[in-house]
Design a protein around this ligand. Structure first.
Ligand code: FAD
Length: 332
């Protein structure tokens, strides 16, 4: 009798079996996927998911793998790496349609790397994407987590999102208006509900002088280089804290009052005050430079990272009385 891999391979010849996921995430951590498909073609994604639905195989979609911690046990199902190579898609001036006096709409495939999309949109003289320069990952991953930096976020420039909705073993293509995408700080409908696979989005940008745009991008890239530690990481592990802090703590930690007034307390500050910077478990280390980054020094296990996450949550709770939540997603 034909085994499930042979059956799958007959259906989609590009499928591979027992593939290490380490090289598909920026943490460089994780076990193997039972099956793996690397594609930038959404019709191929539909085909693969239909097979999974018919054969009760779980599936998971990864973009750039830059906001993800993959278990050491890997994933007993199909992992779809949905991304296009740099420059595989060309956004030209003709792709932009005027929708307002000064606004232009452009459709961007979500499998594109965000930095590629930023470079192409910006080089054509359209402004609104400069904040995203240097953020790793794909456009889909950015929409999923409502990625943002320097007071900008992807939700600021989105008009609507095209996604596959997979439910009850059915797959439907949906256009979801921005108002229904539930965008909030580092969250969205797509992050809350993994029924959706994002395939493209319509964006709105304005015209500006290319030189101004280029300068802003360079400035942002420079700011990032000074802020973000080098090494294998998944960016910020936790979402900055938006809740209320007990004002009795303001005397001991005067900066907290200022953060509270601004509405966001940086996790890096809380970790530093808990004296956790530099804490190491195995080859996983809380960065000396940025308390919200955990670095894989080379051979870290997913379990080492998880233990540091638990430790940070426990110490922050005991010192500041608050529960902090992960920005990263877990697989497996
Ligand atoms: C050094 C560094 C710096 C960073 N700086 C920032 C920053 O400044 N701001 C910021 O917001 N983030 C930052 N990040 C985090 C990360 O880059 C972003 O969250 C990024 O947008 C994630 O995109 P990705 O394609 O890598 O997503 P992945 O990590 O591949 O996936 C994240 C989630 O999105 C889901 N997903 C992926 N593709 C799809 C799809 N097609 N449809 C539906 N769901 C999908 C996955 O299933 C997963 O749940 C940083 C990360 C690193 C390593």
């Amino acid at each position: 009798m034909e085994n499930i891999f042979e059956k799958l391979k007959n259906f989609i010849p590009e499928i591979k079996e027992n593939v290490s996921l380490k090289s598909y995430c920026t943490f460089r951590i994780g076990g193997s996927a039972r099956f793996l498909l690397e594609t930038g073609n959404y019709e191929m994604v539909i085909k693969a998911i239909s097979f999974c639905n018919e054969n009760n195989i779980p599936f998971y979609i990864i973009g750039g793998g830059s906001n993800l911690l993959i278990s050491d046990k890997g994933f007993d199902g199909l992992v779809i790496i949905y991304r296009k190579k740099f420059n595989e898609i060309k956004i030209s001036k003709e792709c932009f349609n005027k929708i307002d006096d000064d606004k232009y709409e452009v459709n961007i495939e979500s499998a594109m790397f965000l930095s590629d999309a930023v470079a192409q949109v910006s080089s054509l003289g359209f402004t609104g994407f400069e904040w995203a320069a240097g953020i790793p990952g794909t456009v889909a991953g950015a929409i999923n987590g409502n990625a943002g930096a320097f007071d900008g976020a992807i939700s600021d420039c989105i008009i609507d999102v095209k996604a596959l909705q997979v439910f009850d073993k059915k797959i439907e293509i949906k256009i979801i208006e921005k108002n229904n995408c539930n965008f909030s700080y580092r969250s969205s409908l797509f992050k809350e509900n993994n029924e959706y696979i994002i395939i493209s989005a319509a964006f709105a940008f304005k015209k500006n002088n290319t030189e101004n745009i280029k300068n802003k991008i360079q400035e942002n890239i420079k700011r990032r280089a000074g802020k973000h530690p080098k090494g294998f990481s998944a960016g910020s592990i936790f979402k900055n804290y938006e809740g209320i802090i007990d004002n009795k703590l303001f005397k001991k930690y005067p900066e907290l009052e200022k953060f509270q007034e601004r509405g966001v307390v940086p996790i890096g500050y809380l970790v530093e005050k808990c004296n956790l910077k530099g804490t190491r478990i195995g080859d996983a280390k809380i960065s000396d430079e940025h308390g919200n980054f955990i670095i894989n020094l080379g051979q870290a296990k997913s379990d080492n990272i998880l233990k540091l996450i638990v430790l940070v949550k426990k110490e922050v709770k005991s010192r500041f009385g608050i529960d902090i939540r992960e920005e990263i997603k877990y697989l497996g």
